[in-house]
Write a protein that binds this ligand. Structure first.
Ligand SMILES: NC(=O)C1=CN([C@@H]2O[C@H](COP(=O)(O)OP(=O)(O)OC[C@H]3O[C@@H](n4cnc5c(N)ncnc54)[C@H](OP(=O)(O)O)[C@@H]3O)[C@@H](O)[C@H]2O)[C@@H](O)CC1
Ligand SMILES: Nc1ncnc2c1ncn2[C@@H]1O[C@H](COP(=O)(O)OP(=O)(O)O)[C@@H](O)[C@H]1O
Ligand SMILES: [Mg+2]
Length: 281
């Protein structure tokens, strides 16, 4: 049976920060996404990364999103994703790269995704979400072999990627695991009511959270949290599990007095949530 992902993961992953550290010790995170129409997705991922505690967050996005990003999250840096020189420089120096939120699936986005997939190295961690997953499926692209890769599809995206309808996979966890291996995904975050996190050493299921999270941008926020967590905490499998748990734990707390929990509201409570666990360490 699939084990439950519970709050123990937070105590396992969250670590006190040594006093003599600096921002370079907490992850250089590059977030790639947000076309002219879906800029909000990458803005939400950016605030989630910053609020998670990533040391440095940089966003590569359509030029139209840069002003709004700076107005909303001045802590994040930005480049125009059409600037190939700046993009190559950021791709090289980042520890964690998230690609996909609000990226769209046009020809420019396909080429940009290919640049990322071919450009990432063994020293980096790649998080693939949203439109990037859809493009991987539509264009039969492979996840990179030598880079630790985290994929965060919702059920619709997972069906596209795995080519098997969810209803045939639901009762056979081994089937999902086989697909994960075949696709060369190191951590699969299969998002739904009771999200599953599947990696080579364990398969866990989230049993918190609820329909108050069923609102656009909730997954973009989770993707930014995962990027921020794997950038600063060791062991990316466990850090991903902690992000998945914290994301829904915060939403559940806020749902006590909110009918729907806005994704940006979740982000704004991440520092408070981590501190509340930290004080118990
Ligand atoms: N503010 C912004 O900028 C926002 C930008 N966004 C960005 O938009 C891009 C497209 O992402 P997307 O998820 O919105 O659309 P898409 O890839 O077509 O998938 C939907 C299809 O899958 C199906 N489906 C089945 N199970 C499902 C499940 N558990 N959860 C969800 N869907 C499920 C679903 O079925 P149906 O609803 O018909 O039942 C439907 O057929 C992506 O880059 C994202 O980052 C959004 O985040 C919104 C806010
Ligand atoms: N009914 C629900 N119960 C628990 N979690 C949910 C529910 N509906 C959505 N979520 C969570 O919200 C997030 C939605 O992700 P996604 O569909 O990618 O959103 P978006 O792309 O709009 O940001 C996932 O983490 C998912 O598990
Ligand atoms: Mg999504």
């Amino acid at each position: 049976m699939t084990a439950e992902l519970n709050s123990e993961i937070l105590h396992e992953v969250f670590q006190k920060r040594a006093v003599n550290t600096h921002k370079g010790d907490y992850g250089r995170v590059l977030l790639i996404g947000g076309n002219k129409y879906l800029g909000g997705a990458i803005l939400m991922a950016a605030s989630a990364s910053v609020d998670s505690g990533a040391g440095l967050t940089t966003v590569a996005t359509d030029a139209t999103n840069i002003g709004p990003l700076h107005a909303r999250t001045p802590e994040a840096m930005a480049i125009d994703w059409a600037d190939t020189v700046a993009l190559a420089e950021q791709l090289e120096k980042s520890d964690v790269i998230l690609v996909g939120p609000g990226m769209g699936t046009d020809e420019f986005a396909v080429q940009l995704l290919k640049t990322v997939l071919f450009g990432v190295t063994a020293k980096q961690i790649l998080v693939v979400d949203g439109s990037a997953i859809t493009m991987m499926a539509e264009h039969n692209l492979s996840f990179p072999l030598n880079t630790f890769t985290i994929a965060t599809p919702h059920q619709g995206e997972w069906e596209r990627l795995s080519n098997v309808m969810i209803k045939y996979q639901e009762d056979i966890p081994e089937m999902t695991e086989l697909q994960r291996q075949n696709l060369n995904i190191d951590v699969l975050v299969l998002k739904k009511y009771h999200t599953q996190v599947i990696s080579n050493d364990r398969h866990v299921e989230l049993r918190i959270g609820g329909p108050f999270q069923a609102t656009g941008g909730m997954g973009d926020t989770l993707a930014g949290m995962i990027a921020g967590f794997v950038g600063q905490f060791p062991e990316p499998r466990r850090a991903t599990e902690a992000a998945v748990y914290a994301h829904s734990a915060i939403a559940e707390q806020l749902a006590g007095h909110n009918w729907v929990v806005k994704p940006s509201f979740v982000s704004s409570f991440i520092p408070n949530f981590i501190a509340s666990i930290q004080t118990n360490l």
